[in-house]
Design a protein around this ligand. Structure first.
Ligand code: ADP
Length: 394
């Protein structure tokens, strides 16, 4: 009998569910989204082998959503082997996916200060699963784990060393589950072993980051202590001069909280355009002649090229640049603008392939050009695979 695995991504007001029916399934048999949790009209929508739209009582939160999902899907969860959880921050403690027990959960509590907006709610999801289905093993899969292979020179900030020693201030990087999946997938498409490929992967969705992968290992990445560093994103600034924080607080009368909120929620594409954090909306507005939208997309692409070029410094050779995430997978225009802004690399796109989001092997460049590819990411599938491996072998 095939064993299934449930993948859970627990956010502050939502939970995403994906049920994989067996270890080889490339797609979940059931997907669900519980949203507006804790608000007046929370809902769960379930699609796939079961299709249901459930309205939860006003104010229902994570526990009601999780038990509602488990009850509704009960007949499909009889052969559940375990539950895989997305956990944002694993600090330096977790360099790989981990089967959870009392010890590892207590370690997880210890690193949670590093991601106060995300880890506590990820932990809540884990603890609720333990309460509601105590017989099942739980596995944590970390966004940071893949980057634990970075050298000290890549992960240290040039700030007083005791900030690192006493407060854990260093670069951790995120999107690691995506990079692990995409680097393996790119190697498969290229018919090469993952540990013999050097590539730069740009994961561009609402959050954007890029990673230099040398011989299958992360050697540098653009996000840091938090997901605010690096590339321009939907509503996050990416790299800034940290001196502007002092300037805005002491000379422009903003509070630190306002500046921090602006950098996280009102910057990036949204802040520059004054219109939207959504790339598709901006590209449409730009095509309709909106100069504010054009400005935002221009800065996004220029800075992305600069970040990718900087990452290439740490690779012995560059076998491929790989685009993934909603923007990376779907926007021929953004890929074209980033690669042409990276002038020294001399990429030559095949326009037909780029417009088609890649050939069967993901290739978007012409013969003779350095290689660029599009590879669809699938973080949920990676979490499911790790969960199968850990529940069956530990
Ligand atoms: P998340 O990071 O939340 O998982 P996604 O990976 O789905 O988000 O990426 C969302 C981004 O992808 C949005 O900015 C959206 O506009 C953009 N996007 C999706 N499809 C396209 C498209 N065809 N062209 C341009 N941008 C797109």
């Amino acid at each position: 009998m095939d064993q299934s695995v449930l993948v859970i991504n627990c956010g502050s007001s939502s939970i995403k569910f994906a049920l994989y029916p067996n270890a080889n399934a490339s797609e979940p048999s059931i997907k669900a989204l519980a949203e507006r949790l804790g608000e007046p009209s929370p809902v769960i929508s379930i699609k796939g082998d079961i299709t249901e739209h459930i309205s939860l009582p006003a104010g229902s939160a994570h526990k009601e959503a999780l038990s509602g999902f488990l009850q509704t899907c009960e007949s499909h969860l009889e052969h559940l082997a375990g539950i895989g959880h997305r956990v944002v921050h694993g600090g330096e403690t977790f360099s790989e996916s981990t089967l959870l027990n009392a010890d590892t959960i207590s370690q997880l509590h210890q690193v949670s200060d590093l991601a106060p907006l995300h880890n506590p709610v990820n932990l809540l999801g884990i603890e609720l699963c333990q309460q509601l289905r105590p017989e099942l093993p739980n596995v944590a899969v970390f966004d940071t784990a893949f980057h634990q292979t970075m050298d000290e020179s890549a992960y240290l900030y040039a700030v007083p060393y005791d900030w690192y020693e006493n407060a854990g201030v260093r670069r951790y990087g995120f999107h690691g589950t995506s990079y692990r999946y995409v680097s393996a997938e790119a190697a498969r498409l290229l018919n090469r072993a993952p540990n013999e490929l050097n590539m730069i992967i740009a994961h561009m969705g609402n959050g954007c980051s890029a990673c230099a992968v040398a011989n299958g290992r992360s050697v540098d990445t653009t996000m840091g202590l938090t997901p605010l560093e690096g590339m321009v994103m939907g509503s996050r600034s990416g790299d800034i001069d940290p001196g502007m924080i002092d300037y805005m607080v002491h000379h422009q009368g903003k509070t630190l909280e306002q500046v921090s909120s602006d950098l996280n929620r009102n910057s990036g594409l949204k802040g520059l355009s004054g219109l939207s954090n959504d790339m598709r909306t901006l590209l449409q507005a730009e095509a309709d002649g909106d100069s504010n939208a054009k400005r935002a997309v221009d800065v996004f692409c220029f800075r992305a090229a600069r970040q990718l070029a900087a990452l290439s410094a740490s690779l012995p050779s560059l076998d491929a640049v790989v685009f993934t995430g909603g923007i990376g997978e779907h926007s021929n225009l953004v890929r074209q603008r980033i690669l042409s802004a990276w002038r020294s690399a001399a990429f030559k796109l095949d326009n037909d392939l780029n417009n088609a989001n890649g050939d069967a092997a993901g290739r978007i460049t012409a013969a003779g050009s350095p290689l660029a590819m599009v590879v669809a990411t699938d973080e949920e599938r990676m979490i499911a695979q790790d969960t199968y491996q850990l529940v069956n072998h530990d």
